[in-house]
Design a protein around this ligand. Structure first.
Ligand SMILES: *Cc1c(COP(=O)(O)O)cnc(C)c1O
Length: 397
């Protein structure tokens, strides 16, 4: 049996995987079990901020693993205290809670909003979120995620979530009632197709939340930690949210999540929320190392420059291939859209030529490489992409 057959026999068949088994990586490259090398423009889905096995991260994990892995939150640990300081010093937030994943972080933010509603809005509990959003896979986050394909298999869903069209302030206003306690949005919708809203959208939502005393929760699980060209994507919107959820790139591949909130919004009381693993010393030490590196080397600015380079290259490709109808995104969260469902074929052709790209939707490719990507990597990726497009569009003619 090969690995594909073993997977099909042993696993619950929920993942659509590309046919490759990866065994080790370094920087921008990974190798499969046959020793073939791939340039990685998936980055573990926007997780590998510093690429594969960055020496700084390896060292931090190594060091911490000789000291302390985990204590539970019945005690104080210094990596956790240090990470909170680092995050708060570099955001507009004042209090932190650590979790283990994106879904858990956003769910924590929603629980905070429900406490806010109980305390400040006569028991209001409804959260308005956007269609085409993605907030994770727990039952509540599936209800928050405005995509029927994630929701229908699990009905009835938890109540208290309303999904309205994205990038439409009047839809939020119309959906707001005396039961509303918060608005939950991604700054750019990642899983939904790399959808960038109008410049003023988030600002208008902020004003509406202020007017109605609602919490503005920004899900920066994908857009945060430098990915979009600033440490947090909200910093490009001219607003300060009440709550931010972080995860993916925060510890460069070690599982972690974080809820950050302003002093005003931090209404949890003792015992009202918790976690066993969340904020454990190992994950926090990893995250400190990643964040310190990102800040010290101004990787957000680097992501901005590399993103522009990549977008420029994609625009050139568009002149060559009629099947390309759009390219969009910010920093190193980018997408290429086709007028036909060829994304998987293109991704497979790229794989064959030694490039990992994510076929996000049947007609959309997503590029979310490590933040350490260099111009030579981008040129190489564009070159392989061009060859793959030649191959696939020949077939589709
Ligand atoms: C990936 C993602 C999540 C879920 O994160 P998990 O770690 O898979 O639970 C939530 N929100 C956004 C915006 C994401 O991109």
């Amino acid at each position: 049996m090969n690995w594909t057959e073993i997977e099909q026999k042993d696993f619950m068949q929920v993942f659509e995987r590309l046919p490759v088994t990866l065994v080790k990586g370094r920087g921008m490259y990974v190798r499969d079990d046959k020793g073939k090398r791939y340039l990685d423009f998936v980055g573990g889905i926007a997780v590998l901020s510093l690429g594969h096995c960055h020496p700084v991260l390896v060292k931090a994990i190594n060091r911490q693993s000789h000291k302390l892995f985990h204590t539970s939150n019945l005690f104080y640990t210094t990596p956790q205290l240090k990470l909170a300081r680092l995050l708060l010093k570099n955001s507009d937030m004042q209090r932190a809670f650590f979790a283990n994943s994106g879904a858990e972080a956003v769910e924590g933010a929603v629980k905070l909003a429900r406490r806010w509603g109980h305390i400040n809005l006569s028991g209001a509990y409804e959260v308005i979120s956007a269609k085409n959003s993605f907030h994770g896979r727990t039952l509540s986050m599936v209800a928050a995620t405005g995509q029927p394909k994630f929701q229908h298999p699990y009905e009835p869903l938890p109540t208290g979530f309303i999904n309205v069209p994205f990038d439409d302030i009047s839809a939020i206003k119309e959906a707001t009632t005396e039961k509303t306690c918060a608005v939950l949005l991604e700054v750019i919708q990642g899983e939904g197709g790399v959808n960038v809203p109008q410049t003023d959208y988030i600002k208008q939502v902020r004003q509406w939340c202020d007017e109605k005393n609602l919490l503005l929760i920004l899900d920066e699980v994908q857009t945060g930690v430098g990915r979009c060209g600033t440490l947090f994507a909200y910093q490009q919107c001219g607003v300060i949210p009440d709550v931010i959820a972080l995860a993916k790139g925060l510890a460069g591949g070690v599982p972690i999540g974080a809820v950050l909130a302003t002093e005003k919004a931090s209404v949890f009381a003792k015992g009202e929320h918790g976690t066993t693993f969340g904020g454990n010393a190992l994950a926090c030490a990893a995250s400190c190392a990643v964040l310190e590196y990102i800040i010290k080397h101004d990787l957000p600015a680097h992501a901005r420059n590399m993103g522009e380079l990549m977008l420029g290259g994609l625009k050139k490709l568009q002149q060559e291939f009629q099947c390309i109808v759009d390219m969009r995104g910010k920093g190193l969260l980018l997408a290429l859209q086709f007028n036909q469902d060829i994304a998987k074929d293109v991704a497979l052709a790229c794989l064959d030529m030694g490039l990992l790209v994510n076929n996000l939707k049947p007609n959309i490719l997503r590029f979310i490489p490590p933040l350490i990507v260099q111009p030579a990597d981008i040129n190489k990726a564009l070159c392989i992409l061009q060859k793959a497009l030649y191959k696939i569009t020949e077939q589709h003619r």
